[in-house]
Design a protein around this ligand. Sequence first.
Ligand SMILES: Cc1cc2nc3c(=O)[nH]c(=O)nc-3n(C[C@H](O)[C@H](O)[C@H](O)COP(=O)(O)OP(=O)(O)OC[C@H]3O[C@@H](n4cnc5c(N)ncnc54)[C@H](O)[C@@H]3O)c2cc1C
Length: 437
Amino acid sequence: MFYDLLEPTIDLVDADTGDSLTSAQIATTDPVDAAPCAALSAAQIARSTTRSVLAELGPDAVAGWERDGHLSHDLFRAMGDAGVFRRRWAEGPNEGLPQAIAMLDELAIVSGGASLAVSIHSEVFLTALHLSRRRDHDLVERALDGSVIGCLAATEPTGGSDLSRLRTVAWREGGEWRIRGEKRYITNAATATHGLVVARNRDAGVGRLTLFVVPLDEPGVTIVGGFDKLGTSAAEACHLTFDVSVPASAVVGPIGGGLPFVTRCLWFERIAVSAQLVATMRHGLRLTTAYMRRRHQFESRLIDKQALRHRLVDCWTAFETAQLMLDRTIERMLAGNGRARETVMCKLLCATTATRVHDECIQFLGGRGYTSNYPLERFWRDARLARIGGGTDEVMRELLGSMLDIGDPEMETLLDRLDADDIASIGLDQLQERKDT
Ligand SMILES: Cc1cc2nc3c(=O)[nH]c(=O)nc-3n(C[C@H](O)[C@H](O)[C@H](O)COP(=O)(O)OP(=O)(O)OC[C@H]3O[C@@H](n4cnc5c(N)ncnc54)[C@H](O)[C@@H]3O)c2cc1C
């Protein structure tokens, strides 16, 4: 399996000393020279670099993000300095996905908020800049080195699932664009330097949306406050107001064509979210299984109790199914024939599966599962957002439902015949026809 290839089986070490490489040393390692399969080694390097970055920042820093509900710039700077974003984007949006997934996999285990914020920066903000083929190389360069940090500002009090209800408006004023409105629940806006702001064109019809890159330190941009929330603690969810002018070069993607453009960017976000969910499921299930083999109650191990063992099997099966869906989605993207359908199905499946699997793991661990000594309660809280953010389960189903409403001439012909003919003979008729031809 593609994903299995990304399992953390190696740490990159110095050939002479055998010591683990630092993130700075890894940053200068050429992935093409490092192993025969460039895609695989690049993903392994992304994984090892992320691990090294986290180790160098230290567990206290990571615990601090979760405890304080705030992510420092240091993470982005360190990831940028270590070349993680640059390497991922040197490969292109599709080809760099294995690296993105390896990086997010490592982050999600220690902090779902950190992995969410990094995924929005790398997989939404940088995707938007890349797809719009921006000439503003300085901004892209600084986003790759982690000194510019991006967030996505789409949701508003009046419009979450329904973007046609957005009230933030943009209009031309001289050579500039004026943007006025408010945004709600914007992940990482307190740490980000730039927002990818979705606005309605005031002078165009409903639904004519445009994306703008807005520096968040501009006068006229205000962070009104943050929200206390269930999970993804390290990444603040902020309420912002805008009354700001930006140059024409702030437009990202087609003017008035922002909806399909942002939808395309969300393909990457959905894959990134799915990867984080798969990573925490894998980690949580391995930990829980090891615990159930060790823990004795009523004179046998927990794993010996059929009532638990069967449910554990169901969890592993659900996890493997989600992982296979993710593998397939990525394989199609790598082959250049990714489809919206798979990205939506993948996110829906991973989000619903992860919340169920984490909940079961908490149950198997008993009291330990409910405490923050064990990571399962955090995994569950972090995963719960995936059923709401980036499109709710219901909206994912609506999207998929609309994709089912297309013609299938072969089945329509069969329906015509079933309506007209004797039902009992129809299957046999078909077999006879096939035999004759
Ligand atoms: C922690 C957090 C972080 C977030 N980060 C960001 C971010 O970084 N950027 C950003 O732009 N947004 C962000 N969001 C917003 C998130 O994307 C929205 O909350 C989400 O899209 C749902 O919108 P809503 O909250 O307005 O709910 P609503 O759209 O009001 O939906 C309420 C309920 O109605 C259901 N519903 C709506 N329409 C239908 C329908 N047609 N059929 C059936 N059911 C329907 C929904 O599924 C949901 O269950 C974040 C939210 C949270 C909680």
